[in-house]
Design a protein around this ligand. Structure first.
Ligand SMILES: [Zn+2]
Length: 106
């Protein structure tokens, strides 16, 4: 017969499982399309080519064209708000976590 103390040692620990699942949810990004005019300062002269520095790709797919073409664009001379730019369809997206916290704020 097994002593009760040994049995309880092998019980699954639901608290651990919950914590792990919550961690995954927090890392899922919510992408909202935004007006490029809000993020990018084009100035008055549209004929001037826009210079944008991107800071690498992200693993999320573009919500519109479903391609892994999203690039991180941080604030710079012509960029007012950090955002994700899709090199395929040219759309801009804001990214935040499911709890509403911005994912692009440093
Ligand atoms: Zn796209």
């Amino acid at each position: 017969m097994t002593p009760p103390a040994l049995e309880s040692r092998f019980q699954p620990q639901p608290q651990h499982a919950n914590r792990r699942r919550t961690g995954l949810v927090q890392h899922a990004l919510v992408l909202d399309e935004m007006d490029p005019a809000l993020a990018i300062d084009r100035g008055d002269d549209d004929s001037v080519p826009l210079e944008l520095l991107t800071f690498g790709g992200v693993r999320e797919l573009c919500p519109e064209c479903k391609t892994p073409s999203l690039k991180l664009v941080l604030r710079q001379k012509t960029v007012r708000l950090a955002h994700l730019f899709c090199a395929d369809c040219g759309r801009c997206f804001d990214a935040h976590y499911s709890n509403g916290v911005s994912a692009l704020t440093i």
